[in-house]
Ligand binder design. Structure first.
Ligand code: NAD
Ligand code: IPM
Ligand code: MN
Length: 361
């Protein structure tokens, strides 16, 4: 089969990690008889430099007309880059938000599991790690505080900044359904995370999630406050199967969950709409501190490409092959710097991509 993929390298380490994910996809194509055609478009800081905006209409249309999107990351050094001090809609991250919204990608799936081989890179004690953990964060991605009005103004001589957080019941219902659906294919446990002791949006969240739960009697639903969840993730990560949460809580908790898998360089993600269309990107950012140095871990992006094969193209066997190849590379003792441990061989971004590609069978 032929698949048309929009490739968005973006900024910082983006081009390096997307190159490795493409290398792995191309090897999948050779071994399994598929061909992946890429159309590269600009998004983020590089698009601001070239076109004056972080996402052009043409780039968005190219993405819309393709079968799936593969993204590296966008953005510069926050607070200290040429792209920082500009209007909100002209920042690199605004390109990504416009793409998520424009393509209706409301369901962000971020799986966090500990490979046995990476136990020594996990900062938790052995007794907490226990038999390991395997969870999925189902993050709402096109609503909440990211998409509310925001403004900064002076009131009575004092600077004041406002960000509005709104959810409607339909936005909550559709992501809750996704969360319960994925739980049905897993261990049938949903922990819905909110701040219902303070926020009205969280009270509505809780109510709608409970209504949806009635259609999934086999799934055990628990509610957890977000501050407690942040603590529980490092105290007892094994208790989580599906974490269902709103946009900003999911953003923060997924970075925390990534670190207990060994590194943020391991955490993949899929952002899906109602159909099979998706944008696939690592959960981490553009890591300007290590850009261009062949230091970035490409595994999160490679595993995101595996999610593309599974969710958008229904190529389960091929997705398994990529995940198996990653596991084998770790078993064979190769590590990028972020997951390095004693007795392993340290490799750079490019070599890690080669090692995974070589193991695709
Ligand atoms: P970051 O995730 O880019 O980096 C945080 C730390 O993790 C850094 O020390 C970095 O070197 C390290 N790191 C990240 N990815 C790594 C990898 N693959 N291998 C090894 N180490 C890795 O977060 P940040 O520094 O807070 O943000 C930098 C920029 O990225 C900002 O402009 C931010 O807005 C943007 N960002 C973009 C996305 C995205 O495009 N999806 C996601 C998050 C942040
Ligand atoms: C992520 C990122 C983005 C987010 C930023 C870059 C807008 O942190 O994908 O996790 O907050 O969603
Ligand atoms: Mn994030």
């Amino acid at each position: 089969m032929n698949y048309n993929v929009t490739a968005i390298p973006g900024d910082g380490i983006g081009p390096e990690i997307v190159r490795e994910a493409r290398k792995v996809l191309d090897q999948v194509g050779r071994v399994y008889g598929h061909s992946f055609h890429y159309t590269e478009v600009l998004m983020g800081g590089c698009s601001i430099d070239a076109h004056g905006v972080p996402l052009t209409d043409e780039a968005l249309e190219t993405a819309r007309n393709s079968d799936a999107v593969l993204l590296g990351a966008v953005g510069g050094n926050v607070g200290n880059s040429k792209w920082y001090d500009v209007a909100p809609n002209l920042r690199p991250e605004a390109g990504l938000l416009a793409m998520r919204k424009g393509l209706g990608l409301f369901a962000n799936i971020r799986p966090a599991y500990l490979y046995a081989e990476l136990a020594s890179a996990c900062p938790l004690k052995d007794e907490i790690i226990g038999d390991g953990f395997d969870m999925v964060i189902m993050r709402e991605l096109t609503g909440g505080i990211y998409f509310g009005d925001r403004w900064t103004k002076e009131v009575d001589g004092v600077m004041q900044a406002t960000d509005i957080l709104t959810y409607n019941e339909n936005e909550i219902r559709r992501i809750a359904i996704k969360g319960f659906e994925i739980a049905m294919k897993r261990r049938k446990k949903v922990i819905s995370v909110d701040k219902a002791n303070v926020l009205d949006s969280s009270r509505l969240w809780r109510k709608v999630v409970e209504e949806v739960a009635k259609d999934y009697p086999e799934v055990e639903l628990t509610h957890m406050l977000v501050d407690n969840c942040a603590m529980q993730l490092v105290m007892n990560p094994g208790q989580f199967d599906v974490i269902l949460t709103e946009n900003m809580f999911g953003d923060i908790l997924s970075d925390e969950a990534s670190m207990i898998t060994g590194s943020i360089g391991m955490l993949s993600s899929a952002s899906l709409n109602e159909s099979k269309f998706g944008l696939y990107e690592p959960s981490h950012g553009s890591a300007p501190d290590i850009a261009g140095l062949d230091l970035a871990n490409p595994i999160a992006t490679i595993l995101s490409a595996a999610m593309m094969l599974r969710y958008s193209f229904d190529l389960d066997k091929e997705a398994d092959a990529v995940e198996q190849a990653v596991r084998q590379v770790l078993k064979d003792g190769y590590r990028t710097g972020d997951i390095m441990s004693d007795g392993c061989e340290k490799v750079g971004t490019t070599r890690m991509g080669d090692l995974v590609a070589e193991r695709i069978r």
